[in-house]
Design a protein around this ligand. Structure first.
Ligand code: OSB
Ligand code: MG
Length: 369
């Protein structure tokens, strides 16, 4: 395929409720949408960087600059497949979310050109994927429990709650008193250090499926020390930026579970390698989320259709995030707590241009020379 033009849309999409984590609160979805065109078909990719550099160092604006100034120019001429695009971009250090956004658009474009679904193209076997939900920090344990009950009634198969110092052991105790048997996990987004080991060990009493990213984003060694102290499995999110880092983390005993986020890993190609490595090492695997629009959501659902995913992911139904999404149809929860894997070509959702333009705050165009 040969790229003729790439449109970068920066969007501001209102969210139904703000989402609070240990590193901040997101109330609107500020993100970049990439449309890659070969002159006949378009492919779409979502950049999961957010407005501020808090989950990772990338932001919507840095991704826009890196794409325009350093990545798209490397994709001039004939590009055999998304893997080749990824190799051409590898001279640019890091910036995985910017790379992943254009790589995804190329995966979507090649699947659409072939007339197959992306799930099919990458070897997915499931027709629906089990889903959990990630619930942000709430004003009180009573509010959290009420929110959890509502989500369980809707059919979500497991609940993840965000924790931070001062909103942790007591909150989990209150949740367990109200809901003793719910499949439950916690995510700290790097809010602790090894000095908090005693506090984190107290979480061992609550039968949690795992504790996600308790320590520093780049600190595998301390995670290994912590895992040696905990009964509860450690899952790594922020730390796992490649299949190779996953292998190193496993080699020193830093985790038992891996959260796959395609943007954090720099694209679908690296994510497929990471899933394969995790399964070879006997680790549990699930797909994380970044509060994506329908484009990123469709990508997450496509990768979760692979057999290597062993646990429900964070990619909830569209109605959990947005009143109006920019892609149709919305993802709806089935009665058995799953999302159906789209069967149409590519990502299998239709991006509604009118909505994209209505929510756009910036629009830049790259054209092949
Ligand atoms: O750590 O998994 C995370 C959202 C934004 C940034 C980081 C994280 C999250 C979530 C929500 O937990 C996942 C989702 O519902 O998409
Ligand atoms: Mg996380």
């Amino acid at each position: 395929m040969r790229l003729a033009r790439v449109d970068l849309y920066r969007l501001n999409l209102p969210m139904l409720t703000p989402f609070e984590t240990s590193f901040g609160t997101e109330s609107d979805k500020d993100f970049l949408l990439v449309e890659a065109s070969d002159g006949e078909h378009s492919g779409w990719g979502e950049c999961v960087a957010s407005a501020g550099p808090f989950y990772s160092e990338e932001t919507t604006k840095t991704a826009l600059v890196i794409l325009m100034d350093h990545l798209l120019g490397r994709l001039e001429g004939e590009v055999a497949d998304p893997q080749e695009a990824s190799e051409r971009m590898s001279a640019v250090r890091l910036n995985p979310m910017a790379k992943s956004a254009i790589e995804t658009a190329l995966w979507d474009l090649s699947a659409r050109r072939k007339g197959v679904s992306l799930s099919r193209l990458i070897g997915g076997t499931r027709t629906k994927v089990p889903v959990g939900i990630s619930i942000g920090i709430q004003p009180s344990s009573a509010a959290l429990v009420e929110q959890m009950k509502r989500r369980l009634d809707q059919g979500y198969q497991r609940i993840k709650i965000k924790i931070k110092p001062g909103y942790d052991v007591e909150i989990v105790r209150a949740v367990r008193r109200a809901l003793p048997d719910v499949p439950l996990m916690v995510d700290a987004n790097s809010a602790y250090t090894l000095a908090d080991t005693k506090r984190l060990k107290a979480l061992d009493d609550f039968g949690l499926m795992m504790i996600e990213q308790p320590l520093g984003h780049d600190d595998l060694i301390d995670h290994a020390a912590l895992q040696a102290e905990l009964k509860t499995a450690i899952c790594l999110d922020e730390s796992i930026r490649s299949a190779h880092i996953l292998e190193q983390a496993h080699a020193i005993g830093a985790l038992r579970v891996v959260n796959i986020k395609i943007g954090r890993l720099g694209g679908l190609g690296e994510s497929l390698k990471t899933v394969a490595a995790a399964r070879r090492l006997g680790l549990d695997v699930w797909c994380g989320g970044m509060l994506e629009s329908g484009v990123g959501r469709a990508l997450n659902v496509a990768i979760t259709s692979l057999e290597g995913f062993t646990l429900p992911g964070d990619t909830a139904a569209t109605s959990r995030y947005f009143g109006e999404d920019i892609a149709d149809p919305p993802f709806e929860l089935t009665v058995d707590g799953c999302l159906a894997v789209p069967e149409g070509p590519g990502l299998g959702v239709d991006v509604i241009k009118e909505r994209v333009l209505r929510h756009a705050v910036d629009h830049q165009v790259w054209t092949a020379s």
